[in-house]
Ligand binder design. Structure first.
Ligand SMILES: [Zn+2]
Length: 452
């Protein structure tokens, strides 16, 4: 969005609440137009909430519950028990949980899965097929670290939950979430921020609480909150390391703080804590695909291969077939059905899928001397085959049964669940409510004696 969004007449940059106390007081004394000019001339602040004014909540939406979705990046399904994350374990008692994990979509990477959770679509359908990929039709690359592509809504298909809510007159807010900085289907969240990993965890919670303290007309009913740990430490030190245990307990502490700060608000808040994927200890050296196949005419991004012609795709497929037991190669149309990874040209062709926790890339690129991966932990692998890729799911609040446990389910199912809680009709998606229906309290359950 950047400049374009800032000059749009409905978009005014404001600083909210505790994030910038002195700045806020100054801003209040001057008109919105002057405030915009004042803020536009400032160097970027660490946590600037962008407010897009869509008007107040529709009257029919004001009596709906509130849903906060928190993502703890790379939080493997078994970390809470393994590293004694006491606040998350408490959520499992007072609410619903998936002890054997939630199954990510393939590939088990950050951007594809965050976007699957909020759209109910597999990556082949929502279009974010990797953190970094190429679009052979646009002839452009998408990079998760490049603001220009991340903020460009034309990359994203599907209707993210905040867009679903806004279009039905319900206000929403995102304290970070992949795709929340883009205008999608003509819509943005009412409140959002540009991603800045240095904003402290407590500040993020403070802002979420500020949003919930807004008057009912302006108070967002759907809120996202994102933390990049324990993914970062999991990569660096490996999933079995004491460092990762410490990172787990730190984000668990933030969950405890959030729960404690929500309580005095006395609002009907459903808190859902998820992760995008798990983490595996990587094994072996880098597998360079150009060692086995002539990829000189290909566009490549990581291990994704974009052939210049059908002939080149078929030749590379034959060269890579059986070349190593560390990966399996498929023509795009023959990728196993359970991966839902066929129907989008951004996937490339042929498709190389690691057979275990191995690091695969097309080229050694500029550093051919580096044969050992510079990380101890990795993900992106087949989440149905590798249990270590499984993510977490905890859900607590007035709409969830205390102590309910659910068998492993796919993360695309979270979308119909949240839409049901918020009473928002949805279009056709890949996710289904059925696997999660049992964790919901029935609408009249408060009138009935508690079951067991
Ligand atoms: Zn990661």
């Amino acid at each position: 969005m950047g400049e374009k969004g800032l000059v749009s007449s409905t978009s005014i940059v404001v600083q909210l609440g505790s994030l910038a106390g002195a700045g806020m007081r100054r801003v209040r004394r001057i008109s919105a137009a002057v405030a915009w000019l004042y803020l536009a001339l400032q160097p970027p602040l660490s946590a600037q909430v962008i407010h897009v004014d869509h008007g107040p909540n529709a009257l029919a939406q004001r009596s709906k519950p509130y849903v906060i979705v928190v993502s703890l990046d790379g939080f493997r399904y078994d970390y809470a028990a393994k590293y004694h994350a006491k606040n998350l374990l408490a959520l499992a008692k007072s609410g619903a949980s998936a002890p054997q994990g939630m199954i990510p979509s393939f590939p088990s990477l950050t951007f594809p899965n965050h976007y699957s959770i909020v759209t109910g679509l597999y990556p082949e359908h929502h279009g974010i097929v990797a953190n970094n990929f190429y679009d052979p039709v646009r002839k452009q690359r998408y990079r998760s670290a490049d603001a220009a592509t991340v903020e460009d809504g034309s990359w994203y298909a599907g209707v993210p939950l905040w867009v679903l809510a806004e279009k039905q007159g319900m206000r929403s807010a995102c304290f970070f979430w992949p795709a929340s900085e883009a205008e999608i289907d003509g819509m943005r969240p009412s409140y959002y921020l540009h991603y800045n990993p240095t904003v402290p965890g407590e500040k993020r919670i403070g802002q979420v609480i500020q949003w919930l303290l807004l008057p009912p007309a302006d108070r967002p009913h759907f809120i996202t909150l994102y933390y990049s740990e324990p993914d970062h430490t999991g990569h660096e030190a490996g999933p079995e390391s004491p460092e990762t245990g410490e990172a787990v307990r730190q984000v668990d502490g933030l969950i405890g703080k959030l729960v404690a700060e929500l309580k005095p608000l006395r609002l009907p808040v459903d808190l859902i804590v998820v992760s995008d994927h798990g983490m595996a200890t990587v094994e072996g050296n880098w597998m360079d695909l150009d060692h086995f196949a002539d990829l000189s005419q290909f566009v490549t991004v990581g291990s994704l291969l974009y052939a210049p012609s059908e002939g080149a795709a078929s030749r590379a497929y034959r060269q890579l077939q059986g070349a190593s037991d560390k990966f399996v190669v498929y023509r795009r149309g023959e990728v196993p059905v359970h991966l839902h990874f066929q129907s989008n040209l951004r996937i490339g062709d042929p498709v190389v899928i690691p057979s275990g926790p191995y690091m695969v890339r097309a080229h050694a690129s500029e550093k051919p001397e580096i044969v050992q991966p510079d990380v101890k932990g990795g993900h992106g692998y087949d989440p149905q085959e590798m249990k270590s890729m499984r993510a977490i799911f905890f859900a607590v609040g007035p709409d969830f049964r205390a102590g309910a446990m659910v068998e492993p389910f796919e993360n695309v199912d979270v979308y119909p669940l949240i839409a049901r809680i918020l009473g928002l009709p949805i279009g056709a998606v890949d996710g289904r409510l059925a696997p999660l229906q049992g964790i919901l309290r029935q609408p009249q359950s408060s009138d009935l004696p508690p079951k067991d």
